[in-house]
Each structure stands twice: as C-alpha cells, then as structure tokens.
Design a protein around this ligand. Structure first.
Ligand code: PLP
Length: 383
C-alpha cells in the first residue's frame, strides 16, 4: 500500500483539473490581450474562471488577482501595503507562526525601518485577542494573521481579530494567509471581513504555479510587478488561461459536497489520533478545539523526525517533519517552539496531512507500520 499523508505540502492534481488543462492547452493558446477572435476566446476563459471563482466564494470578480503562488500573494499584500502606507505609519503586526513567505518579507521591512510586532501563540495554537488589541499603535498600518497554520493546523479567530483592528482604526489593512484554509475548513471570505486573503491552487488539487490574492474592492495597494496593464495594472504579466481555468476547476471540485467530505475527514482524524495515543511515548501536538481536520502533528519521543520520515518513506508512507518548506533544513521548527513544546517533542515531530480522499485502511496501515517501526528505531536512541 502507498499512503500520501503530505497534503499540506501539496496535493495530487484532480482528474477534472487535468482534463480542463488538456482542453485549454490544445485549443486556446492565444494571448488573452490580443484583439483577434482567438485572443477574445482566451480572454473569455479567464473571465469565466473568475466568474466561477467569484460565485463559489461569494466575492466579486474585480476582487480576484491571479498570481503565481501564495508566496507571491503574501509578498504582494505585505510590500504593496507597506509601499503605499509608509507615510501614514511604519508599524505592522503579525504572528510568530506565519509561513516564511510572510516572515521573511517582514524581516526585509524591518531592515528598511519598519517595526514589526510578532504575536505569541498559546497552548491552543492561537493568538490572544487581548495581545492583538494591546499591540495596535497609532502608526500601525497593517496586520497579517494566517487563518490556518501549516504545521499545527490551528485556526485563528480572524473575524474577531478584524473587528478589533477595525474598531481601533479602520484604515489598518488586514490580510490573512488562507492557503491551508480555503477548501479545507468551512468559512466565507465575506464573513471574515478581511481586506486581503491569500490562496494557492496546489494545496487543493490544482497545479503548482497559480493562486490568487483577494483584494476587497476599495482597498488599494501599490503593485509589486510592473509592466503591461493586465489585471487592471495590479499585477502585470500575460495572463494564463490554463492557470485561471485550472484554479477555478480545483476550487469547484474541492468545494463540492464540502460538508460531507469534511465529516469524513473529521472522523478519520479522530480515529487516527485515538490510535496514535495508544502507542508508547507518542504525543499529539495539536489536539486543539479550533483546528484543521487535515493536520495531525505527533511526536515520537526518542526517534528524530528525519529518521522516522525516511523509515516511513521506505514503507511507502509519505509525510513531513514540520512543514515541507523547512524540513530539508536542519533547523528546529519555530512553530512548535512558539507552542512551547520541549526539545524532545520538537526533534521528534512528524506532520501527517490528510484529505477527505484518504481512507481508514490507510490510517490502519500507518498505525501498523508505526507499531512495527517504533521499537526498532528506538533501539538506536543514545541514552
Ligand atoms: N502559506 C502557507 C500557510 C503555506 O502552507 C504555503 C505552502 O506551504 C505557502 C504560504 C506558500 O505557498 P506556495 O507554494 O503557493 O507559494
């Protein structure tokens, strides 16, 4: 059996997405900015994709800016706001557990003279709204708080956070990185009340290299990429009908029968956690109330993450140690560190990330494999 439990890193592309790409690739190669009939057809594919996404997410087509990935969307939201508002203030608020595509732009802004407050997270994986309120200053221009964390799956109270920020000062822009949220947990963009929201296709059955930044109508940021007048000059560069159509299709498939699929995922996660807890010296790091049902973080005390990861891989079980972005570096997870876990827990943590397509048989195979591997791997622990 082969078990892919690394869906927070990326997902298998849906068959429907592959079909859509094939159709568009064969027929509609023209530049959507060209004025001839073929150009107009290519442009229509983009228009239809935007309309479909807007309908699915109950937003407006003018609020969708296609980008190359979530990393670009996060950079665009952060630098785009900082550039536009730097005369109004130079203070930004974020959290200690954001993805590097938020944290590194923040570091760059600090080098340029901005001040950044990094909110703590507590045992439940969440920020405190009191901390957020206390952090807001007269010169605060921007807040970026992720919806769902990619390592521990904690869900932040974005709606409440937006209301606190806007009550203090409605001109502060609020951005959320919803890469691990959209198509994975139930929410509506409009209900959150954010000014900007980041998404990525390859986390929900789409292809790598496309996502979009939601920018609420009326919110202005300075563009990151300059050039042609595509996408109302908010993001220059020839638009891709393939990217647009495939993004629209993966959103459609992932949101179809969402409640039903989510219930299955919830049962699967609960069962997986119960079984993991029966194993000796295995701890669940994200047994939270507000948590994505797709992520289970567990520590196998005495077995280093990379040793476990490779041992599981030998058995055709694919997982990550922490997040995929950080797992090839020998650095300790800053997310688990922010959660206050001990060194033993951090060094032995594995992230299992599931989708609704995973099965109980797969979970059983993983548990049986762990039962077999754990005593063997623990023989080599240095005492
Ligand atoms: N934000 C979060 C929370 C993520 O999990 C990831 C990917 O792991 C990203 C941003 C970056 O996404 P992309 O690969 O589309 O740039």
């Amino acid at each position: 059996m082969e078990v892919y439990f690394d869906n927070a890193a990326t997902t298998k592309v849906y068959e429907e997405v592959v079909e859509t790409i094939n159709d568009v690739l064969k027929e509609e190669f023209a530049n959507p900015s060209s004025v001839h009939i073929k150009g107009v057809r290519a442009e229509n594919i983009i228009k239809n994709a935007k309309e479909n996404i807007a309908n699915l997410l109950k937003i407006k087509t003018s609020e969708i800016i296609f980008t190359s990935c979530a990393t670009e969307s996060n950079n665009m939201a952060i630098f785009g706001t900082a550039n536009l508002k730097k005369r109004a203030g130079r203070h930004i608020i974020t959290t200690k557990i954001e993805h590097p595509s938020v944290l590194l732009p923040m570091k760059r802004l600090e080098e340029e003279g901005f001040e950044v407050t990094y909110l703590d997270v507590y045992k439940d994986g969440k920020i405190s709204l009191v901390d957020l309120k206390n952090a807001i200053r007269k010169d605060t221009i921007f807040v970026s708080i992720m919806l769902v964390n990619n390592e521990i799956g904690s869900i932040q109270p974005i709606k409440e956070a937006v209301s606190i920020v806007k009550n203090e000062n409605k001109d502060i822009y609020f951005h959320t990185d919803a890469v691990q949220g959209l198509g994975k947990i139930p929410f509506k963009i409009g209900d959150l009340g954010v000014d900007m929201l980041t998404t990525s296709a390859h986390k929900i059955g789409g292809i790598k290299g496309v996502g979009f930044l939601y920018i609420k109508n009326g919110v202005n940021i300075s563009p990151l990429i300059l050039g042609g007048s595509q996408q109302a000059s908010k993001r220059a560069g020839t638009e891709s009908p393939i990217n647009a159509a495939s993004l629209s299709k993966c959103m459609e498939v992932s949101l179809k029968d969402f409640d039903e699929k989510n219930k299955h995922l919830e049962k699967l996660r609960t069962y997986f956690i119960e079984e993991l807890k029966k194993l000796d010296d295995v701890y669940i790091n994200n047994d939270f109330v507000d948590v994505s049902k797709s992520i289970v973080s567990a520590s196998f005390i005495g077995v280093r993450s990379e040793v476990m990861l490779h041992a599981l891989s030998e058995k055709n079980i694919y997982v990550s140690a922490g997040s995929a972005c950080s797992s090839n570096k020998k650095k300790e997870s800053y997310v688990l560190n922010a959660l206050g876990l001990s060194k033993n827990h951090i060094e032995s943590a594995i992230r299992f990330s599931l989708t609704c397509e995973n099965t109980f048989d797969e979970v059983n195979y993983v548990i049986d494999t762990l039962k077999e591997l754990l005593p063997f791997l623990r023989q080599f622990v240095r005492k």
